[in-house]
Each structure stands twice: as C-alpha cells, then as structure tokens.
Design a protein around this ligand. Structure first.
Ligand SMILES: Cc1cc2nc3c(=O)[nH]c(=O)nc-3n(C[C@H](O)[C@H](O)[C@H](O)COP(=O)(O)OP(=O)(O)OC[C@H]3O[C@@H](n4cnc5c(N)ncnc54)[C@H](O)[C@@H]3O)c2cc1C
Ligand code: SF4
Length: 502
C-alpha cells in the first residue's frame, strides 16, 4: 500500500549536479549519488496508480510503481530483483534515458510534477552493485544451440544475456576494439563512466557469453561462415550512417567534421588516459580534432549535439555556438499539440547547456567560410522558417538576415540516415528500406531465414531503452526459433511505436 499523501507532502526534487566550474575540469559523471533519504522521499510521491501510465511510456514495461514502493519502504534487494525482471541494464537507462515514463506519469496530469522515476531507477541499479555486485545468474544446462550476435551495443548485449540465460551458446562479434556500441566511444564519460559497461561485461562473461572484438563481420569473417557456424544470427549493427550536408558550400574545408568523428576521438583519449588528464584528441591519421582554444560551431539540437557541447567545454573551447533549424520550443507541454501522456515538444536543457555556449534557434547554414588556406574560419547563417508542406519540410530563408559566426571547428550533428550499407548486408541479401533501416517480420527475422535484427538497425537511430527492449524481444523470437523450452519475455513487437496522439 503506497503512501496516499506522498505527492502532496513532497515536491519533485532532483539531486544537485556537480558544480559547473569543477565538472568541466574532468570527465566524471555530472550527477553524484543522490543519497538514500532523497530517493526514498521521491519514491514516496508515487501513487501506485490503478492504471499506471508510466508503464505505457516505457517500452520495457518496467514495474515502476512496484519498485517505487519497495524503495519507499527500504526493500532494496526486492527492488533490485523487480527492476532486473524487465531491464538487463538499468544502470544505462537510469543514467541516459530521456524517460518517456516520466512524461507519461499520471502526476503530470493535474499540474503536479512527475515522479523522478529515472533517478529512482539509477539508485536501485547502483544499489545492486553496492550490495554484493552484479552476480551472474546460474546458467541452465546447455541446449546445444548457438547464436551469433553482430554488434555489441545495448541491443546486442541485452539479446546475448537473455539467450545465454536460456542455455544457448552466444558469441558477440564487434568490429571495434572494445565492447559497448555507442555506449563505449559515442557517449562521453560525463554521461556514462565506462566502469558500468565493464561490470556488465564481467557478468555476461561469467554467464557464458563469448566476446570477439576487432572482427568486422562481412570483412574479417563472411556472413556465410557465421551462418554455417551458428544456428541463428542476430544483426544489431546500429544506425551509424551520419547525415551530411554535401551541398553546402565549403563542406570540404578542413575543420568541418561529422560530430561522431569528434566524439569518438575525444572518448578514445579519455579511455586511454584512465583517471589522468587526457592528451589532445586526434584522428587515426594524426590530424588534431580537439576543441582546445577554438571557436566551435555545432549544427544540430539533439543528444549528439549536446554531447559535443560538453566535450568542447572540457577540451577548453574558446567559445561554442549550437545551431538549430527549428524555433525555440516552449518551456511547457502544449496540450493541444502533444496531449499527456505523449512525449512533448519542449525545450530540453541538458546538463551540458549549463556549462556555457550559446544556442541559436531558427537558423540554417548558408556556407562554411574559407580562411584562404582551405581551413574553415566561419559559418555564414541565415534566419529561417520551417513548415511542412505535403509531408515535406520546406525551409524559407528570411532575406537580409545573414550573419557570420567565427568557427575553427564545425561539427555536424544533424542526425543519422539509418544503418550503414556494408558487405554484411550484401552477403546476406538483406536490403535497407527507405529509412535506411532493416525490416523485420513479426518474428524479428529479416528476409534471410534464421537471421534476425534488433535495435537501431531495425528502428533507425533511437534510444537505449528501445534497443534493450528490442534485444530482449528478438532473443525471445530466436529462442522460439531454436525450439527452446518455455518462452522468454517479449516487451515489444517489431511494429510497436512510442505513445502518440492519433
Ligand atoms: C552521441 C550519441 C549520444 C546518445 N545519447 C543517448 C542518450 O543519452 N540516451 C539514449 O537513450 N540514447 C542515446 N543515444 C542513442 C543510443 O546510443 C542508441 O539508440 C543505442 O546505442 C542503439 O543501440 P544498438 O545496440 O542498436 O546499436 P549501437 O549502440 O550503435 O551498436 C552497434 C554496434 O555494432 C557494431 N557493428 C556494426 N557493424 C558491424 C559489423 N559488420 N561487424 C561487427 N560489428 C559491427 C558497431 O561497431 C557498434 O559497436 C545516443 C546516440 C549518440 C550517437
Ligand atoms: S504513473 Fe506516476 S504516480 Fe502513477 S504509478 Fe507510475 S510513477 Fe507512480
């Protein structure tokens, strides 16, 4: 029985972030641990709704009211158990998820602020580590069937853990030198320190999952070899084809890069430095791609752009502008446009935005300006309006609104165009659809029999929570395909979409 007055007694409160002047001198996470008192207070605000809409916001179907009440009453071990029943990696989602569960929380309906679900989640996840570590689950007798997972992001890892726990022999193939997908070298340490990934890998390894890094499937080993060696294959290769702007004059200048080029280089030097202060970031050919002392312009308004902003400040940028094509969103939900409990279009301030830089809305880049030597020295922008006509985006420049921003480093964070076209797909005879994604049948199989797909590769660039949900569901389908005993949990089907107003 929850506290019937909890939400009346307590307001929503988040833990204080580490002070900006301190945190931009290191790469540690922005949030310190919240402390048990605050988390129990916040969990007390949960009403244990008869119809808990937080469930509908979360593709994993997390049992949110159950673990809120367990935290309120100090039942941490049971909370850890309940959370892990639906989510393999709550320490990732608790830190990184934009929390569609919170925008769907019933408290948001009556003018109250939603429960801090994500904060409760991360504290339970960390409690699991503090209270005896992430113990491996006992593995059942081997089924004698084997599965290859291609790609080691959250989708591949969730599927691998589910399948290994069902007794199958699982090998994860990753072309990078370390496991984790975008969590490893895409997302900076100030959002996710990498020991969280390493702890999970130790657990998965103890549960029998084999990892093979530095193996580019389709190049180092063919798809045919993989199919011959395994009874099923899961593709979880992400959606890493960065959108570009080749038609913009000056795109080929030195200093204009894809955001991921910068993020991966920066995260690699942090990884190499351990706890020490990292050296300047460079590309594999030795070209520096560091923001130190530079005027940086970031183009784009999402997660990737905010991550570039935080990295630029930690590298010591002289100044940063972040450009967005769209007008500044409202502070609060526009109920006519995005009624509760759907995901609203509102201004999202990431912790990186507190750290400096200027956001410029409703502008489009007209030209990257040459300093005369082939190096970018500025970005010429113009104010624009954006409208949808016949389902297409139409951008109109306001005459006379052009101006130039100084820029030594320009980062394109304008989205992703789906999964990369790569030899693996050709070898399998699997095509990308119009969105650049790979279609799945209702049982998660691609057009190639016995080859399944999950995560961003199927959904297009999305969220960690969706990648885990799809990885779990695809694992259930593979288990059934292999004639496994019983059924594994299936939180989503391939057609499932986020909550939307119809
Ligand atoms: C900069 C950035 C920040 C983000 N921040 C957030 C956030 O804060 N919160 C959030 O919820 N989501 C965030 N996302 C999105 C999130 O990271 C992705 O939705 C998620 O990682 C997708 O998981 P996945 O397992 O499908 O693929 P990925 O994580 O992309 O992993 C795919 C893996 O497959 C490997 N691979 C590809 N082809 C092959 C091959 N042929 N052989 C072997 N290996 C191969 C790749 O090297 C990669 O490691 C962010 C994305 C980016 C780019
Ligand atoms: S919708 Fe909000 S208040 Fe209701 S059960 Fe979920 S978290 Fe608790």
């Amino acid at each position: 029985m929850p506290d019937p007055n909890g939400f009346l007694r307590y307001n929503r409160r988040l833990p204080a972030r580490r002070p900006v002047p301190v945190r931009i001198t290191d790469w540690r996470e922005v949030y310190p641990p919240a402390g048990e008192e605050l988390i129990r207070e916040q969990a007390t605000r949960c009403m244990d709704c008869g119809i808990p809409f937080c469930h509908d916001g979360c593709p994993l179907g997390n049992r949110i009211p159950d673990w809120n009440d367990l935290v309120r009453t100090g039942g941490w071990d049971a909370a850890v158990e309940s959370l892990h029943a639906t989510n393999n990696f709550p320490e990732f989602t608790g830190r990184l998820c934009p929390a569609p569960c919170e925008t769907a929380c019933v408290l948001g309906l009556g003018g109250q602020q939603p429960v801090t679900i994500k904060q409760v989640e991360v504290e339970i996840a960390d409690a699991a580590v503090a209270r005896g570590g992430l113990r491996p689950r006992p593995v059942p007798a081997p089924t004698g069937r084997s599965v290859a997972v291609v790609g080691s992001g959250p989708a591949g890892l969730a599927a691998a853990q589910q399948l290994a726990r069902a007794g199958h022999a699982v090998t994860v193939y990753e072309r990078d030198d370390a496991i984790g997908g975008l969590l490893r070298y895409g997302i900076p340490d100030f959002k996710l320190e990498k020991q969280h990934i390493d702890r999970r890998l130790a657990q998965l390894t103890a549960e029998g999952v084999r990892f093979r890094t530095g193996v580019h499937v389709g190049v180092d080993v063919t798809a045919g070899q993989l199919r011959a060696e395994h009874d099923a294959v899961l593709l979880a290769c992400g959606a890493l084809q960065g959108r570009d702007t080749p038609e913009t004059p000056g795109r080929a200048l030195r200093g204009v890069h894809q955001a991921m080029t910068h993020l991966v280089a920066a995260n690699r030097v942090v990884a190499a430095a351990g706890d020490g202060r990292p050296a300047l970031a460079v590309l594999p050919d030795g070209t520096p791609i560091d923001a130190a002392g530079k005027h940086v312009v970031i183009i784009g308004g999402g997660d990737t752009a905010a991550d570039c902003l935080g990295v630029a400040h930690r590298q010591g940028a002289a100044g940063v502008h972040q450009l967005d094509l769209y007008p500044e969103p409202p502070q609060d939900r526009d109920a006519a446009r995005d009624p509760w409990p759907t995901w609203p279009w509102v201004l999202r301030n990431y912790p990186a935005h507190e750290e400096g830089g200027e956001r410029v809305f409703a502008v489009a880049v007209q030209e990257f300006v040459d300093d005369g030597t082939g190096q970018v020295k500025g970005v010429r922008i113009a104010e624009v309006t954006v409208e949808k006509r016949d389902g297409r985006r139409v951008v109109t420049v306001l005459p006379g609104s052009e101006r130039e921003l100084p820029a030594d480093l320009v980062l394109l964070a304008i989205g992703f165009e789906g999964t990369e076209e790569q030899p693996l797909l050709t070898q399998l005879g699997v095509a990308r659809n119009a969105r650049g994604a790979v279609d799945a049948r209702p049982d998660w199989q691609t057009d190639a029999d016995g080859v399944f797909v999950a995560g961003d590769m199927h959904r297009g660039a999305s969220l960690i929570v969706w990648a885990i949900a799809e990885g779990r569901a695809a694992a259930a389908a593979i288990h059934a395909h292999l004639g496994g005993v019983g059924a594994l949990p299936t939180p989503v089907d391939p057609a499932r979409q986020p909550l939307a107003a119809r």
